[in-house]
Ligand binder design. Structure first.
Ligand SMILES: Cc1cc2nc3c(=O)[nH]c(=O)nc-3n(C[C@H](O)[C@H](O)[C@H](O)COP(=O)(O)OP(=O)(O)OC[C@H]3O[C@@H](n4cnc5c(N)ncnc54)[C@H](O)[C@@H]3O)c2cc1C
Ligand SMILES: NC(=O)c1ccc[n+]([C@@H]2O[C@H](COP(=O)([O-])OP(=O)(O)OC[C@H]3O[C@@H](n4cnc5c(N)ncnc54)[C@H](OP(=O)(O)O)[C@@H]3O)[C@@H](O)[C@H]2O)c1
Length: 245
């Protein structure tokens, strides 16, 4: 991996722990849904972690949505390092959690927890999404209402695309909008499908799942039991997943 210097040009805090950063660096072309490796020298060692692009592909301005993990090594540094500082970034993005890997279908259902809404926001801001699917639903599971951010971006996507639906899911207080509970419970009880007005059926729906690995595993198991199969290049299915840790 070739590492190059990036400049931290912007940071915005949405809550005490959730924030976005923008970095400037000349990267090779990448795809919506991919991630970069960001790194900082900490105690004489390059500490690096993966972060998904929130922005649609851009040659030098890159945005990431992060949570400051309590007791984490890199994310607290990224939350507090001064603007204008240099970071390290992998010059080539990675990852197969992209629309190139997914067949055209009637409905694309995007399931995310926490900051894993990021890669979906990148995809939703590319034309490819709207060329490949007749209908797109973004579901974001969070603990508290205040953890639902990027509302202007999401509203703009909705204004530009009548066939887009956004469903927040809030687990630890009453939702101001959307549904209460966990995404997995709402799949199991059919509440998600009923609320959104779709059939969660492998003949109509491609599902992409990203975020908390327990949510990813449990969602995958529920969907497999309904006939969804993993998308492979040699054998297309209807299910594509990415774990954040
Ligand atoms: C493909 C990929 C893409 C990723 N994209 C993002 C991203 O866009 N934004 C982002 O915030 N993180 C993202 N991550 C997670 C990120 O790489 C780091 O793991 C995270 O920032 C914690 O690093 P740390 O050094 O602070 O904590 P560490 O000391 O490495 O602690 C790791 C622990 O932090 C917790 N954790 C890690 N990531 C998250 C998270 N996103 N939300 C909640 N808890 C978490 C887990 O309990 C994990 O065991 C991604 C991971 C992968 C594999
Ligand atoms: N201070 C704060 O208010 C605050 C806010 C956000 C994050 N954080 C910090 O950030 C870290 C991660 O928090 P996060 O909220 O981004 O991520 P998270 O713990 O992954 O929670 C995000 C959402 O995923 C749900 N979830 C967890 N496990 C699941 C499973 N097996 N199946 C289905 N859904 C599941 C959670 O529901 P449950 O609520 O039922 O677990 C929550 O609704 C934590 O270390 C925390 O300290 C703090």
């Amino acid at each position: 991996m070739e590492w190059i210097e990036a400049t931290l040009v912007e940071r915005k805090f949405f809550t005490d722990t959730l924030f976005s950063i923008k970095v400037d660096a000349p990267l090779s072309p990448y795809l919506a849904g991919q991630y970069a490796q960001l790194g900082m020298m900490i105690d004489g060692e390059l500490v690096k972690r993966a972060y998904s692009f929130v922005n649609p592909p851009h040659p030098h301005c890159h945005e990431f949505y992060l949570v400051e993990v309590a007791g984490g090594i890199l994310s607290p540094q990224l939350a507090h390092v001064s603007l204008g500082s240099s970071l390290w970034i992998g010059e080539r993005a990675s990852g197969f959690f992209t629309l190139d890997e997914i067949p055209s279908y009637e409905h694309l259902l995007m399931l995310s927890t926490g900051t894993a809404v990021g890669p979906f926001l990148a995809m939703l801001q590319t034309e490819q999404t709207w060329q490949k699917f007749d209908r797109v639903t973004l579901v974001q599971g969070v603990r508290y209402n205040q953890d639902l951010n990027y509302r202007e971006v999401i509203d703009a996507i909705g204004q530009n695309h009548q066939n887009f639906q956004y469903i927040p899911v809030v687990s630890r207080e009453a939702p101001e909008q959307g549904l209460a509970g966990r995404i997995t419970q709402l799949i199991e009880t059919e509440q998600l499908a009923q609320y959104a007005g779709f059939e969660l059926d492998a003949s109509h729906c491609q599902v992409m799942v990203c975020g908390n690995p327990d949510m990813v595993r449990e969602s995958r198991d529920l969907l497999r039991a309904r006939g969804f199969e993993r998308n492979l290049r040699r054998k297309p299915g209807q299910l594509t997943v990415e774990n954040y840790w």
